[in-house]
Design a protein around this ligand. Sequence first.
Ligand code: SF4
Ligand code: F3S
Length: 107
Amino acid sequence: MAFVVTENCIKCKFTDCVDVCPVDCFHQGPNFLVIDPDECIDCTLCEPECPANAIFAEDEVPEGQENFIELNAELSKLWPVITEVTKPLPDADDWNGKTGKLSLLEK
Ligand code: SF4
Ligand code: F3S
């Protein structure tokens, strides 16, 4: 199993999650982060750190967002590792909680 970043990270990217990951398995795209499922050790530390509540254990991903399990696996192989906290995206607070953001995901 692994932890999974889901839709609410899109256009927020607060990056607090990155600070606590002991194995540096977060990867960064233009407006979204993903977790490499091959590296995640299920330590659970990142889940409570996300201000957008976007991180879930694989078996607890909300209904309708199961496609993010595959997206994390796929995009983590393409995107670079991020190990340091950065500024959230502009308007992150406005986007926090909005639904239907998948179409806004930039790859
Ligand atoms: Fe990293 Fe732990 Fe979160 Fe997995 S559960 S992504 S190892 S902080
Ligand atoms: Fe995204 Fe939450 Fe991390 S918004 S960048 S998963 S802290």
